[in-house]
Design a protein around this ligand. Structure first.
Ligand code: NAD
Length: 308
């Protein structure tokens, strides 16, 4: 098949692009390199640097494409609180630009990387797709708006759309920006350095950590699965882990002497997150295969930044 992946030089986009290219598919990747790095892409991926709002570039890249994966986005919750206009322009405006270009060229299907963040704080766990979203940040709002846009204009224009609500993905290659790094690579780096691991609040907040290869398997299935047009589907592990336990598991996986401290002044964010993955199991034959202990070990083995 022929694929276009936006955000292809990012953490999840590159894992997907390299996987599809290794499987023998034709893969084009688009990324403006605001966060991504093209050298993570294997030679089989045809990379173009560009903005997802650049419609002429999209028209060219979309020729003969069977399915588009839309991952290009600004991805930091704290940053989105500072720059909501930017998040709206890229995550919402970029999605609409892509949909318009897909309509013009006549593309059949798009898989949107949405986020478990759209749920916000909810009493009922695990989180099911039918629960009313309660986004708590401009990032979450932008992902929810993107979901609504693809589903609504996709139905009007005859484009099949699937939104995957990805929970806390982690694994080799995940970006580690200096400000507000994602929790898993931050803990791993600090553990390897025998430094200090700062846990936000009391560490009692939970997350559903899902290994990158499991996310890739769900994305691959979403390109061809029947009877999923218009659906939103959770992609997580189905397990919730406290951030305190993540720190403990990281210490065990690394044999670290790091100092774990709790910063009660920092808000812990959403208090609980656990994905109900029944719909993914049913519609995508999704079976997450890598538990957190194994996933941390794999991240350590496969990511050169974590070599002692
Ligand atoms: P990432 O930052 O590694 O990847 C995003 C990529 O998009 C980057 O390479 C960046 O350079 C690119 N990009 C940003 N703005 C762009 C623009 N205007 N034009 C073209 N490219 C642009 O993040 P990721 O973790 O790989 O996330 C990929 C997607 O999955 C995002 O849409 C994100 O919202 C979604 N998601 C990720 C997670 C997770 O845990 N990693 C969870 C839920 C949803």
């Amino acid at each position: 098949m022929n694929f276009l992946i936006t955000g292809a030089a990012g953490f999840l986009g590159s894992a997907l692009a390299n996987h599809l290219a290794r499987e023998g598919h034709q893969v084009r990747g688009l990324d403006d390199l605001s966060a991504g790095e093209p050298q993570v892409l294997e030679p089989g991926v045809h990379f173009t640097r560009g903005d997802v709002n650049d419609r002429p570039k999209l028209w060219t890249l979309l020729q003969d494409v069977d399915c588009v994966y839309h991952l290009a986005a600004r991805v930091s919750v704290p940053e989105s609180i500072l720059y909501p206009r930017e998040y709206n322009a890229v995550n919402v405006g970029g999605t609409v630009s892509l949909m318009e270009a897909m309509r013009d060229v006549g593309i059949r299907r798009v898989v949107l990387a949405s986020s478990g963040a759209i749920y916000g704080d909810q009493e009922v766990q695990p989180l099911s797709e039918g629960q009313a979203p309660k986004p708590r940040s401009p990032y979450a709002v932008s992902k929810l708006a993107a979901e609504y846009y693809v589903r609504t204009i996709g139905a009007l224009w005859g484009i099949e759309t699937i939104s995957l609500r990805i929970f806390n993905a982690y694994g080799p290659g995940q970006h580690l920006p200096p400000a507000h790094p994602p929790v898993v690579p931050y803990f791993l780096r600090q553990a390897i350095r025998n430094g200090t691991i700062v846990v936000h609040h009391d560490g009692g907040q939970t997350r559903d950590f899902v290994y990158v290869d499991d996310v890739v398997s769900a994305m691959v299935a979403a390109s061809t699965a029947p009877t999923i047009n218009g659906l939103v589907i959770n992609i997580g592990s189905g397990y919730e882990t406290t951030v305190r336990d993540l720190a403990r598991l990281t210490m065990e996986a690394t044999g670290s002497q790091a100092n774990v401290v709790y910063n009660q002044q920092v808000e812990g964010g959403v208090s609980r997150m656990c994905a109900n993955i029944t719909l993914a199991q049913k519609k995508l034959n999704y079976k997450p295969a890598i538990g957190l202990k194994q996933g941390l070990r794999l991240a350590l083995e496969r990511d050169p930044r974590f070599k002692g």
